[in-house]
Design a binder for this molecule. Sequence first.
Ligand code: UT7
Length: 325
Amino acid sequence: MNNIAISSLGHYLPKKILTNAELEKIVDTSDEWITTRTGIKERRIALKDENTSDMAIGAAKEALKNAKLDGSKIELIVVATTTADSCFPSVGNIVQDAIGAHHAAAFDVSAACAGFLYALTTAKQYLLSGMYKNALVIAADKFTNLLDWNDRQTCVLFGDGAGAVILTPTKSKKGIISDYLLSLGKYHQIMYVATEKRKPLDKEKTEFHFPYAVMHGQELFKVAVNSMAEAVEIVVERAGMQMSDIDCVVPHQANDRIITAIAKKLKVPKEKFFINIHKYGNMSAASVAVALYEAVEEKKIQKGSNVVLVTFGAGLVAAANVVKF
Ligand code: UT7
């Protein structure tokens, strides 16, 4: 049977940078607090008219260019996002039009910060079944649209961006070797988007404009560490590998302390974890996609590398893959 390989990568980052020093002027926080508690130094902020679809298109075009592939050849587009420009059309529809993928199927997947790996695994199944010969998988989020800029517990953590990959079948040993998807719906109250219909139970925030993200950070921290560590163990076992076979782990970039805790739990040296949270904060679904792009660019991932991608997000949801490059 064919393997499904990541044959090309792309990314898009808004130009506008928001530093911790600038955040000090917006909320009661400090560079020292944000750096020591999270590892974040700055993040990218999409402009008012820079939509999730614009970022997704930017990432898609780079992935196509790197693959030397014309957009018209793409057969399936799956976009991971929870911040689509609007309920419909899907971001996938807009990307399809922009790249001229006239015969492609396109849809969005909603799995918050775990979205990229949910989309990757979904697209992989379509290719394995033989229904399509290639797929463009994109993760794009304008999470800053969902921020309450008066809430220092959330507004310092997030940024905007997009990453994309092209998947193609291969007869070689490389490809997405194993998958793991999990939903932990019992934790759906730990992180959610507050709306008129779903107001926070614990506080009256009548002065804020809906929608905005509500997060119970400490509870989330514990579940994140446990669920991501477990996801890594399961997906490595499913790949028929040992932890020592893994060359690089690309984790969700929510908090540097979460990554440290996972490394400790798994007894994997932290040096094997690719980290770019200091530059971008948490870009929701785009975090792992952009980190993967940069890990390849920086040659932390090379031909033959065994890589674990692992993430978790609101839902709660967790996901992981082992990919051989
Ligand atoms: O993609 C999924 C998304 N999110 C996550 O995975 C987040 C998981 N959780 C976390 O990363 C951490 O829990 C946070 C970074 C959100 C918070 O770190 P923490 O070490 O758990 O801090 P805390 O919530 O226990 O707050 C400690 C103190 C509190 O003050 P008191 O009560 O000790 O006086 C907070 O009010 O820090 C205060 N605080 C801040 N101070 C300065 C909270 N946010 C800030 C802030 N600046 N931005």
